[in-house]
Design a protein around this ligand. Structure first.
Ligand code: NAP
Ligand code: MG
Length: 490
């Protein structure tokens, strides 16, 4: 026993003592200031106001970003409407496809720079922006480009027609990927777009605007209006918008739903989550532990479908818990630009405060906390990977979305108990099932109230698969054929 502990200690030390392997920040060309992208050009905001975007890993300012007010939003919507009426809806579908393919190709060409900017602006580890965010963004454009001239096959005998101008609002956790996820299907189906990125992470959306210029996308087909505070609401309330596509918090999703009630605006809302991962005693335990770790610590837990609740069958609870604790000790937390880093910076001070508050609440509610013994950088916003045990169903840490690297663990004895506990939440975005038995997987997937259910894996995405939630996780689907359906009238 003593020997195996020593071996483990050696393993932790060697993981943490890897030589630094930083990606070069010099690859990123970031201007001192960014204007609004309206009608194919970068334009000064009529608000005359700018706000800072910072690197959450160092708290240093990266750039100034234009703040769009009501007049700017109006200008962008008018540009999108003109582009829709005069150019985009008249263009043969295969010509639309060529632009979208071109955008995908340029994203691939600039992948390294985009990954660096994503990491500098948002705090996520470079290995994630490099290996997941940017390639997935390019894939979404590529996949949707392929559909542009095949919509009659996608919706046979239903005469699909575009909706018009789409207003799209995205969060800070996957900035470029969310932009691609929203813009690509809208363009493929013949709509034009006004997109508002999140206040903390506008940079890659503005780089995408430069890519649209390079791809010669006709002016006004996509407009990017940055802002903080009211900009999103102004877009939602603009009468010239035909469709709102929103990804963000359930709280803002509800506000949007109220403000478009009684209008002709269509909507898809992708909101919060509180996903359950369920491990049965017959599961491949090492693989499951790795999947749980990936499911909650990937991207600092800033993932709407993060596996933030874990249900372990009682007979394997001790084993799973020990393996999770051992694995957490090996995770490398720190500089997101280092290629070895597993957990980067929390996206903002505000989000770190939210997470730290939940760490307090969990302990006050009587749960037991376990955190990695790693040291955190002095500057920047960081949180240690954390697990809570002794969690009750009624605890806030088991019910509310924390959106950080925090896992709440509970146990169960029977399948029915696992299903009941997993479904006992206001959300229903995703879930994971770990078992050796195919029949158990099918039984669970038909009873869990979640939009996406992974079996013996977690957080796997593909542009061909629809994604979306039940209950307070929203409605409508994005990705795949279902995603195109949100942008056409049939
Ligand atoms: P958020 O506060 O809802 O913000 C999302 C976006 O909405 C931002 O661009 C924000 O702009 C804008 N916004 C804020 N108030 C608005 C209003 N009244 N009207 C219109 N737009 C408004 O969410 P967040 O904190 O950025 O992101 C975290 C949340 O997103 C989590 O709850 C997470 O679960 C959810 N999420 C869901 C999915 C999914 O697919 N289901 C994916 C990713 C994230 P500002 O930045 O200027 O405030
Ligand atoms: Mg930033």
């Amino acid at each position: 026993m003593a020997k195996s502990k020593n071996t483990l200690k050696l393993k932790f030390d060697s993981a943490r003592n890897l030589d630094p392997a930083p990606e070069s920040a010099a690859i990123a060309k970031i201007a001192d200031r960014y204007e609004l992208f309206i009608n194919g050009k970068f334009e000064k905001p009529s608000s005359k106001k700018y706000f800072d975007t910072i690197n959450p890993a160092t708290e240093e300012k990266l750039s100034s970003i234009a703040l769009a007010n009501k007049a700017d939003v109006d200008k962008a919507v008018v540009a999108a409407r003109n582009a829709y009426d005069k150019v985009w809806k008249k263009l043969p579908a295969k010509e639309r496809a060529k632009y979208i393919f071109r955008i995908s190709r340029i994203i691939q060409e600039k992948a390294r720079e985009l990954a660096v900017i994503e990491t500098l602006d948002g705090g996520k580890p470079i290995k994630e922006s490099r290996d997941f965010d940017i390639p997935a963004a390019a894939n979404h454009f590529f996949y949707n480009a392929g559909w542009a001239d095949k919509l009659e096959y996608a919706f046979p005998n239903r005469n699909p027609k575009p909706l018009g101008v789409a207003g799209q609002i995205i969060p800070w956790n996957f900035p470029l990927l969310m932009a691609a996820w929203k813009i690509a299907p809208a363009l493929a189906t013949g709509n034009t777009v006004v997109l508002k990125p999140a206040e903390n992470t506008s940079l890659t959306a503005l780089k995408l605007a430069e890519i649209f210029q390079e791809a010669d996308l006709p002016p006004g087909v996509v407009n990017i209006i940055t802002g903080a505070g009211n900009t999103g609401a102004e877009l939602v309330n603009h009468p010239g918008i035909n469709k709102i596509a929103f990804t963000g918090s359930t709280e803002v999703g509800k506000i949007i739903q109220k403000s478009i009630a009684g209008t002709n605006k269509k909507a898809t809302l992708e909101l919060g989550g509180k996903a359950a991962n369920i491990i049965f005693e017959d599961a491949p335990i090492d693989q499951a532990v790795e999947g749980i770790i990936n499911g909650i610590f990937f991207n600092q837990g800033h993932v709407c479908c993060a596996g933030s609740r874990l249900f372990v069958q009682e007979s394997v609870y001790k084993l799973v818990l020990q393996k999770l604790k051992d694995r957490i000790e090996t995770l490398i937390v720190g500089n997101p630009m280092d290629k070895n880093t597993d957990i980067g910076a929390i996206n903002s001070k505000q989000q770190l405060d939210v997470i730290n508050n939940y760490l307090k609440i969990g302990q006050q509610e009587g749960s037991e906390i376990f955190q990695s013994s790693c040291a955190l950088p002095k500057k920047g916003f960081y949180c240690k990977p954390t697990i809570f045990t002794n969690v009750a169903q009624s605890h806030r840490i088991a019910q509310e979305e924390i959106f950080g690297p925090v896992l709440a663990i509970q146990t169960f004895r029977t399948i029915d108990e696992a299903i009941e506990k997993a479904n006992n939440t206001a959300f229903g975005l995703s879930a994971g099932v770990w078992t050796d038995k195919g029949s158990k997987i099918f039984n669970m997937t038909s009873k869990l109230r979640a939009g996406v259910i992974w079996a013996n894996t977690y957080n796997k995405f593909d542009p061909t698969s629809p994604f979306g939630g039940y209950k307070e996780s929203g409605f409508g689907r994005e990705g795949g054929l279902h995603g195109l359906g949100g942008y056409v009238e049939v």
